[in-house]
Design a protein around this ligand. Sequence first.
Ligand code: SAH
Length: 242
Amino acid sequence: MNRYRRLLSAALLAAPVSARPQDPYAVKRERLVHEIVAEMRATAGSTGRSQMNDAVARAMGRVPRHRFVPPDLVDAAYLDRPLPIGLGQTISQPFIVALMTELLDPKPSARVLEVGTGSGYHAAVLAECFAKVYTIEIVAPLGEKSRALLAELGYRNVEVRIGDGYKGWPEAAPFDAILVTAAPDHVPQPLVDQLAPGGRMVIPVGHQFGAQDLLVITKAADGRTLTRKTLPVRFVPLTRER
Ligand code: SAH
């Protein structure tokens, strides 16, 4: 190898993943975004949303989901399916991630709280659409792994806390948006209290092994809340600290 070629290959190795000439996953991600767009349209009657806003579509097209799934499931990373991530937990289906993010009405200046960090994938999608993400995970090894991965991928606007998200994150409240990605059997009052006036919460509520409804709760300027049911969903249960 002559000197010039050696320098060139060193420069390529130093380039961030996204800047490399061919990202073998980019095409798969693009295809997935098309599937999500179609599914959004098909479910608009129940969700009230027929389209994703640009920021959400861009985030779904950018976040490397294959980095958030176990190594043996990398080939399935861009199928529109939930996948197991170990310790009895799952990474949500991409359509559901996109829909929940869309229902939060993300704004580039807004702050969001996520309960249930899991793999960290949804937190990365939120980080692309919000100014700041606070995310809580109750299973310590999962939270620690996600914190390290999000940092490695350069998401500097995400803070991961290990703890019981039922109680929210009072020191950082109020939040413009709250996303819950594990299902309680009732809406946690601390989360309602930590939602800013004008804010929105998206949360699956229902039985541990039965039907759950994806709810959108909006808080008016006077503090009153309005709850709307969207789709039936299936999430792992919200557990509590003992
Ligand atoms: N948002 C995740 C999917 C989460 S699965 C992703 O993108 O991968 C639900 C997660 O909620 C699990 O990791 C589970 O451990 C966590 N969880 C359950 N109860 C919780 C609680 N009370 N507080 C915080 N996290 C909780």
